[in-house]
Ligand binder design. Structure first.
Ligand SMILES: C[S@@+](CC[C@H](N)C(=O)[O-])C[C@H]1O[C@@H](n2cnc3c(N)ncnc32)[C@H](O)[C@@H]1O
Length: 238
């Protein structure tokens, strides 16, 4: 991937795969029609806490939230923080809207979530530098073939962008269950040690789920159905 140059979107490739799966159920379609426009990230212009939530607050950003379990879980834990999630897969967005809407009445709706149905990097570029307290990249698409390695989200261009958008002391959380991706990601992050410090006390730390890290559906399936190990990383922006 070409190195990310601020303000030059041509330096970021389109990374995502399929955008639509099974037809949505009626309730899900209703949420896409009614709730999504109310909580969508504006299509243009700067993306700030004031603009999205009407006041300053710590900002979190999740890349490719899948069904939105982690994003909704975090937003429920931290009601005074603002959460932005981006996901191009419509069925995932519909699932996330169910969580934001209160999981069919099992919990109150989440007022602190905004969603972008599309490419995370497009929105990330519109967030002013040094604004994010947390950035999450959980089980990114592995693109396991070597010739597709440039499509992986974890690459120098996006990682430079992550570094630019996080505040000093902000946290980048990355999780994967894919051994090829793990090796690739660690090699990429070794090239960014001037920007990120790996938060790890003991070697086993990356094998244990840190507190405040809700499990995603994808992660649960990787572990319970495929018997995969899952690896967790926290990097602090210097
Ligand atoms: C393997 S899934 C994992 C989903 C979720 N993070 C989880 O752990 O359950 C990877 C997700 O990344 C999304 N994705 C891929 N490229 C993306 C991009 N450029 N911006 C936002 N999401 C992206 C895909 O649509 C997919 O839902």
């Amino acid at each position: 991937m070409t190195a990310y140059k601020p303000g030059d979107p041509t330096t970021i490739n389109r990374l995502y795969g399929r955008a639509k799966g099974k037809p949505l159920r009626q309730g899900q379609q209703g949420l896409v029609d009614r709730l999504l426009p109310q909580i969508a990230v504006p299509a243009e212009g700067a993306v700030t806490a004031e603009r999205l939530f009407g006041h300053d607050c710590p900002l979190h950003f999740e890349i490719g939230f899948g069904g939105g379990e982690h994003m909704a879980g975090r937003a429920d834990m931290l009601p005074d923080h603002g959460f932005i999630g981006a996901e191009p897969f419509l069925n995932g967005v519909a699932q996330a809207l169910t969580h934001v809407d209160g999981d069919n009445g099992t919990r109150p709706p989440l007022p602190n979530v905004r969603i972008h149905h599309g490419d995370a990097l497009e929105v990330l570029q519109r967030i002013p530098d040094g604004s994010l307290s947390f950035l999450y990249l959980l089980h990114p698409d592995p693109w396991p073939k070597a010739r597709h390695a440039k499509r992986r989200m974890m690459n120098d261009g996006p990682v430079d962008l992550f570094a630019a958008k996080l505040k000093p002391g902000g946290e980048f959380r990355f999780g994967t269950d894919h051994a090829i991706y793990l090796r690739h990601a660690l090699m990429v992050m070794r090239r960014h040690t001037d920007q990120f410090e790996w938060l790890c006390d003991k070697p086993q730390d990356f094998q244990k789920r840190p507190g405040g890290w809700p499990e995603t559906r994808y992660e649960a399936k990787a572990r319970n159905v495929y018997g995969h190990e899952v690896w967790y990383f926290r990097f602090r922006k210097r």
